[in-house]
Design a protein around this ligand. Structure first.
Ligand code: SF4
Length: 224
């Protein structure tokens, strides 16, 4: 497992659980708004997994969950084994993912407890955000597969609204898709563009009237 960093404590990344975050190295997507571009390359990790396990042993009874984040954790060929080791220590296992790499997602579904699943945009328009052709088809397959396991895991569906590439009709289409699949809540995250040489730019979220229309379809939580 290629690990770039560990965050020792978070109350934000696994709803309701005091967690540590494991940042994996490598991601096959190139999202338009990525804040973790340094985690995209397939380069060696800097932290051995044995060090992670030693740290986690020191947190038994203090933390409740461990979240695998990235990069794209599904990129790690030994993700399943790593999750099993974490669970054996008594932690709940969380995953932040785009669902890209279907076979590995299927492999880990029996062991993961909570998934934060990013729906980037309508599946047919994925390439506009991810820069990778066919990424929408794969994400959709993973999403449908996850729903089949919904009795055994919790999940959060979220979309970072990059308003340069997602319009209101796209959002409405996603809302109906989620409703048709019995998803109860959808998180819309504000997209913030970060630059090295100038201030951050926060892109606009749907306006009040648009939010009301979306809320008639599905419960919406806005995160800015
Ligand atoms: S999936 Fe995540 S880590 Fe990968 S490019 Fe997109 S935002 Fe960045």
């Amino acid at each position: 497992m290629k690990i770039a960093a560990i965050q020792h404590f978070s109350m934000l990344d696994y709803p309701g659980k005091m967690s540590a975050i494991i940042f994996t190295q490598g991601c096959p997507l190139r999202c338009s708004y990525c804040h973790n571009a340094d985690l995209q390359p397939i380069s060696p990790g800097t932290i051995p997994f044995s060090d992670v396990i030693s740290f986690l042993k020191s947190r038994v009874g203090l933390l409740e969950g461990i979240v695998f984040c990235g990069g794209e954790p599904l990129f790690q060929s030994d993700l399943y084994e790593a999750m099993v080791q974490v669970k054996k220590l008594g932690f709940a296992v969380g995953l932040h993912t785009s669902g890209y790499i279907y076979e590995r997602f299927c492999e880990i579904l029996p062991v993961v407890d909570w998934v934060g699943f990013d729906i980037k945009t309508t599946f047919k328009n994925y390439e506009k955000i991810t820069g990778v052709s066919n990424s929408g088809n794969i994400a959709e397959k993973s999403f449908i597969k996850m729903l089949k396991h919904r009795n055994n895991l919790d999940f959060e569906i979220r979309t970072t609204v990059d308003s340069r590439y997602i319009n209101f009709d796209d959002l409405l289409e996603i809302a109906h898709f989620l409703k048709d699949n019995n998803v109860k809540e959808w998180v819309l995250q504000q997209c913030v563009l970060r630059y090295e040489d100038k201030d951050d730019v926060a892109l606009s979220l749907p306006n009040d009237a648009e939010l009301e229309k979306l809320k008639k379809v599905i419960n919406i939580k806005v995160r800015s």
